[in-house]
Ligand binder design. Structure first.
Ligand SMILES: [Fe+2]
Length: 355
């Protein structure tokens, strides 16, 4: 070790990452204490901990990681090939820095490392610094967070499913309508390229968007004839009642707002708050369009379901005034094609989650 690398040694020994210093050909000039300890702990038999060997050659014949299955080993070999290319790009000056997360599992534990390769200023004996930082704790925490988020989503799905079932027991029409609206709404959201998390929340909100109807007497909901003005007033309360029921639940998505706002209209003529444009959350604007479409084509106690063309004409007529034009365009893009077969787009919770 030269005086130069001895000085470097004092610095790199203070680091917890496993560090090697390479010369211009990829030969290992020095390694730090953490590198030596890792080699000892993993039974490495490299003479002098690799100092004096060529690191690129070592990577081309990897023996440091001991994966417990062929899939892991092949992933490690792919990583090694990428690292050789990365270090070579530093050595030839075509790249200033190279980083890669890679697995290096041991028989007794899964491990991940972050490799960072940086270049020394020209003229030094050392040309490249290679650092392997153990990021296993971070990766494990990431995995746990993903798993917990999935469980939480499943819990919300179950909760919403239970609420929808409670509605179905009392009012089968509303339950079926909500399911259909949820299917159309998610399809609209997919056309609008919403992220899967937002799509999932949209599906949940649409599935219970009429939950407030639970407060409306069945004889009003199912009356075959025309409703009186007071009865209309009672029905119009359902979005506010729905918001009251849901606002205490700390959903990850604005479910209570979706329910509260699904009868609002872009020009402010909707209810209950008379919101306009962007004051209405996007999900509620989507549910509004899906709701109107399904309500028109569905059979009601006071009339049979109307033709698809009638529903499509209503969306076109209200585009930009009652309904969000982008939402209408997204809806028409598939409803015009599938027509009465639209229900083939029906999605389950799981499908919405993985869309
Ligand atoms: Fe409604």
């Amino acid at each position: 070790m030269s005086i130069q690398t001895e000085h470097y040694g004092a610095v790199i020994d203070a680091l917890t990452a496993h560090v090697a210093l390479l010369d211009e050909f990829g030969g290992i000039v020095a390694v730090n204490e953490a590198w030596r300890q890792f080699a000892d702990a993993n039974g490495s038999r490299l003479p002098n901990y690799g100092v004096g060997s060529n690191y690129l050659e070592m990577l081309r014949n990897p023996a440091g990681c001991t994966g417990d299955n062929s899939a892991t080993e092949s992933e490690e070999r792919r990583s090694a090939t990428t690292v050789v290319a990365g270090i070579s790009s530093i050595l030839d000056g075509s790249c200033p820095k190279f980083q890669l997360e890679y697995p290096c599992h041991a028989p007794w534990e899964e491990r991940w490392f972050l490799l960072t390769v940086t270049r020394f200023p020209p003229g030094a004996l050392v040309h490249v610094v290679v650092s392997h930082e153990n990021i296993t704790a971070l990766k494990v925490a990431e995995k746990q967070a993903v798993s917990q988020a999935k469980r939480l989503a499943e819990t919300f799905s179950s909760m919403v499913g239970a609420i929808a079932l409670a509605i179905e027991k009392r009012d089968p029409y509303t339950a079926g309508h909500q399911r259909q609206v949820a299917s159309i709404a998610v399809e609209i959201g997919r056309v609008m390229q919403l992220g899967k998390d937002q799509l999932f929340g949209l599906h949940l909100g649409a599935t219970i968007h009429d939950i407030g109807k639970i407060s409306i007497p069945a004889e009003i909901l199912n009356r075959p004839g025309a409703l009186s003005a007071p009865e209309f007033m009672i029905i119009r309360c359902h979005s506010g009642v729905g918001q009251e029921i849901l606002r205490g639940i700390n959903f990850l998505w604005p479910i209570a707002d979706m329910v509260w706002q699904h009868h609002e209209r872009m020009d402010g003529t909707g209810y209950p708050q008379g919101l306009k444009g962007d004051q209405i959350c996007l999900e509620a604007r989507i549910i509004a369009v899906a709701d109107v479409f399904d309500a028109i084509i569905s059979h009601r106690p006071y009339r049979p379901g109307l033709a698809i063309e009638v529903a499509l004409a209503e969306l076109r007529k209200g585009r930009g005034t009652l309904y969000d034009p982008e939402v209408v365009d997204a809806a028409l893009s598939f409803l015009e094609k599938v027509g009465s077969e639209w229900h083939r787009t029906h999605l389950t919770y799981a499908e919405a989650l993985s869309a």
